[in-house]
Each structure stands twice: as structure tokens, then as C-alpha cells.
Write a protein that binds this ligand. Structure first.
Ligand SMILES: Cc1cc2nc3c(=O)[nH]c(=O)nc-3n(C[C@H](O)[C@H](O)[C@H](O)COP(=O)(O)OP(=O)(O)OC[C@H]3O[C@@H](n4cnc5c(N)ncnc54)[C@H](O)[C@@H]3O)c2cc1C
Length: 398
């Protein structure tokens, strides 16, 4: 559409990628929500959104029951995706590949791995603790000399097509009457501690009853427009896709997290790897340069150490995207601001926002519609912990 159909909306969602479109989808699906929804998104191609640049993996192996529950809901959502988002009988293909996650541990890492394993089992996660011998039996291409064990997800972990997940939310939300406007939010006006209008790059001004901040790596600047603190910054993550001359024999390579911080997974018929940059700091949100030196100096040597066959590989393509990195605890910030109660956050997802988008979108829609969580209680992810500087810890961060 070229312009909004009216000058006032009940809910204005800022940013229309996975999180923004999920919020819009869930509101528009809920018969108890009878308001209007406008999503404002400056880039209708979504070319630079974290959503499009994601590695799009889903795992249940978190250390915190809240994060586990969010991913378990993602699994349910993926299973029913076609029915939930179809429009005229059609829906995008998520292409879920159930290849698992494999968390490798040295002797030093074993107590944490065991602790996480206990939490995961108590939450019903299908996960196994493997010895180095078990590892070799399943994945004979791994070097296990320096390993003491591993956690392997047995079901429901793997990867999906990120763009299809987003498109599912988007198409269905539009079909349900949600409006999308190509513009950028540049200003929020407050009156009596509430957001009343949203100022746009085009000069248009939209009145609202509430806003939802889904601006990804740029979320902090939207929060600042309402003078709210949000310790979220863009951090670069480079992805390297490569061919291996001799295919690995044994079970397909799960998304494997090495004790060094390297991760690598199968991306049939290729492989995909990444590592946080050595100088992991805030970057310009328009900086998408692939950190090629990381490949040469760090990733490839670590790959060869863990899988010696990876000495004979060729990188075929690369890209870089941004984590919306929450410097307090790398976990999501979800829910209203105490100081501005009609300002809702859905921010700071770092490297696990795609899989949390179905659950967080549903949770925000419940807060807006009923004033409380009805399914998953996400209070622990609330903004008050930011205000009080109290981290909500997750030990399994990638
Ligand atoms: C390399 C990489 C690998 C990843 N791997 C995984 C993974 O394996 N599993 C997983 O779950 N997650 C992963 N993530 C994280 C996941 O992709 C993100 O957490 C998720 O996509 C965030 O979605 P979002 O909608 O919050 O943000 P985005 O997708 O970044 O969307 C934000 C949108 O807000 C818009 N916007 C910004 N400012 C404004 C403004 N002022 N006004 C209006 N709109 C605005 C932007 O244009 C953008 O479209 C990865 C991320 C990267 C970069």
C-alpha cells in the first residue's frame, strides 16, 4: 500500500520482519482482539533484516525452562504451520530438517553440560548425553581426543527456511486485514506517560493506542524515542558456506557447537559454519561486511581440528547479518515498559529470535488483548530486569 488508510490505529508495530509479523499475525488471528493493526517497515524487501540473514536453526537445548518452552512451542507451530498460516489453501514451505544440535564439551565443560541436561530432561526435551565412544560411533569423522562428552538433541531440533516462516506470518496477517506501511519510524510523542503518536520519515504522523517495538538490531533507537533504556546493539555475525571434497560418512552433521565457540552444521549438500568475531562489539547497523579474516585465522583451523576431513573444503558463499545483542544477558526483552505502559518490547533476541518468534508474538498478543499471559508466562523476560540490572541467565548461548 502507498499510504495508511486512516490516521489512528489501535496497535502500531514498528518493524515487520519475523517478530513484527508474528505479533501482527497473532493479534489478527485472535477473535477477542477487535482493534486495528498497522505494521511500519521501511524495507519491504527485508533484504537486511536479521530474519532474512539468519541461519534459522531451532533447538530445545537451552539451560533455562522459559527458553526451552518457547522452542517447544516453535516445534508445535512448525508442525501445524501449513494449517495455521494458509491463505487460499497455500502456505510457504518451511522445509524443517530434523538434524539435531550437538553440544560438545571438554572435561571442564562437563558439569555445565550435565546441569543443562538435567533441566532439559525435566522439561521433557528428548536429549542424550554421549560419551566420546558414543560420539565416534555416530559421527566417525569427529576428532574426540580433547572431548569428555556431548549433548545430542534426538528430535525436534534442526533448521527451517527463515524467509518462509516470516512469509507465513506476513501473508496471513495481511489476509486478516493487517496493514503494512513502507516507512520508517523517526519519532514517538508521549503524553501523560503514554505513546500517543508515531512520527514517520515521510512526515506522516499516526495516532495509536499502543506500539510494539520489533525493530531488531535498531530496537534501542526506537526505545530511546520514548526515553526508555534498552541495552541492545547490532553485533556482526558472518556465515561461511562450503563444499567438502569427500562427503562425511556417518550420521549427518548436526548443528555442532564446539567448546571453542565455533559452530558448524550440514546444509545439504554443503556445510555452514560461523564463530563470534574476536572483537565482538557494537557495529554500525549498515555494516554488513563479512569478517573474512575470521575464516582464515580462526574458523578453518578449528574446523580442521574437529573434523580433519575439512582440510579439503572450498568456501562457496558467505554473508553477514546482525544479532540484536542484549548486552545484559543475551536474552529477549518482552512485554510492556513500566514507565510507558503502552510501549511493548519484543527485542534483544541475540542468536535465538527466529525460533522464539511464534511464542513471543503469541505472548505479546495475549498481553495486549487480555492484559496478562494466558499460555506461556514470559514475565521473567520483562523489561523491569533491564531497569534493575538483573540478568536473566541462559548458559547455552551461541
Ligand atoms: C547470522 C545470524 C544467524 C542467526 N541464527 C539463528 C538461528 O539459528 N536460530 C534463531 O532462532 N535465530 C537466529 N538468529 C537470530 C534471528 O535471526 C533474529 O533474532 C530474528 O530474526 C529477529 O527478528 P526481528 O523481527 O526481531 O528483527 P529483524 O529481522 O532484524 O527485523 C527488524 C525490522 O525492523 C525494521 N526497522 C528497524 N528500525 C525501524 C524503524 N525505525 N521503523 C520501522 N521499522 C524499523 C527493519 O527494517 C527490519 O525489517 C540469527 C541471526 C543472524 C544474524
Amino acid at each position: 500500500m502507498t499510504g495508511p488508510s486512516t490516521t489512528h490505529y489501535d496497535t502500531v508495530v514498528i518493524g515487520g520482519a519475523a517478530l513484527g509479523s508474528s505479533v501482527a499475525y497473532w493479534l489478527s488471528e485472535n477473535p477477542d482482539y477487535d482493534g486495528s493493526v498497522l505494521v511500519i517497515e521501511p524495507d519491504p524487501t527485508y533484504e537486511h533484516a536479521s530474519t532474512t540473514l539468519s541461519e534459522a536453526s531451532v533447538r530445545h537445548q537451552f539451560s533455562n525452562p522459559v527458553n526451552i518452552a518457547l522452542s517447544q512451542f516453535a516445534t508445535e507451530f512448525i508442525a501445524d504451520f501449513h494449517e495455521r498460516v494458509q491463505v487460499d489453501g497455500e502456505s510457504p514451505d518451511l522445509g524443517f530438517r530434523d538434524t539435531g544440535y550437538l553440544f560438545l564439551a571438554t572435561e571442564t565443560g562437563m558439569p555445565t553440560l550435565r546441569q543443562n541436561h538435567e533441566v532439559q530432561r525435566s522439561c521433557g526435551v528428548e536429549v542424550a548425553l554421549l560419551t566420546p565412544d558414543n560420539l565416534l560411533a555416530r559421527f566417525p569423522y569427529l576428532n574426540v581426543d580433547d572431548l569428555a562428552g556431548a549433548g545430542l538433541g534426538l528430535r525436534h531440533e534442526g533448521n527451517i527456511d527463515a524467509y518462509s516462516l516470516f512469509r507465513g506470518f506476513y501473508r496471513r496477517a495481511r489476509h486478516n486485514g493487517v496493514e503494512y506501511l513502507a516507512d520508517r519510524v523517526v519519532d514517538l510523542r508521549l503524553s501523560n506517560g503514554r505513546v500517543t503518536t508515531v512520527g514517520l520519515d515521510s512526515g506522516n504522523v499516526i495516532g495509536c493506542n499502543r506500539i510494539v517495538n520489533c525493530a531488531g538490531p535498531r530496537a534501542r533507537w526506537v526505545a530511546e524515542m520514548a526515553r526508555l533504556p534498552l541495552p541492545v546493539e547490532p553485533r556482526i555475525r558472518s556465515v561461511f558456506v562450503f563444499d567438502c571434497r569427500e562427503p562425511l560418512e556417518g550420521d549427518p552433521l548436526p548443528l555442532t557447537i564446539d567448546p571453542s565457540g565455533l559452530h558448524v552444521r550440514t546444509d545439504p549438500p554443503q556445510y555452514m559454519a560461523g564463530i563470534p568475531p574476536a572483537d565482538d562489539c557494537a557495529v554500525d547497523p549498515d555494516d554488513f561486511r563479512v569478517r573474512r579474516a575470521d575464516w582464515e585465522d580462526r574458523i578453518w583451523p578449528l574446523l580442521i581440528h574437529r573434523i580433519p576431513q575439512f582440510e579439503r573444503i572450498a568456501v562457496t558463499h558467505t554473508w553477514a547479518g546482525h544479532y540484536a545483542y542484549n548486552t545484559l544477558d543475551q536474552n529477549a526483552v518482552v512485554g510492556p515498559a513500566d514507565a510507558v505502559p503502552n510501549f511493548y518490547f519484543a527485542n534483544g533476541f541475540s542468536g535465538h529470535g527466529l525460533q522464539q518468534s511464534p511464542g513471543v508474538g503469541r505472548a505479546i498478543s495475549e498481553l495486549i488483548t487480555y492484559g496478562e499471559y494466558r499460555t506461556l508466562d514470559l514475565s521473567d523476560l520483562g523489561h523491569d530486569r533491564i531497569v534493575h540490572g538483573e540478568p536473566f541467565l541462559e548458559r547455552n548461548i551461541i
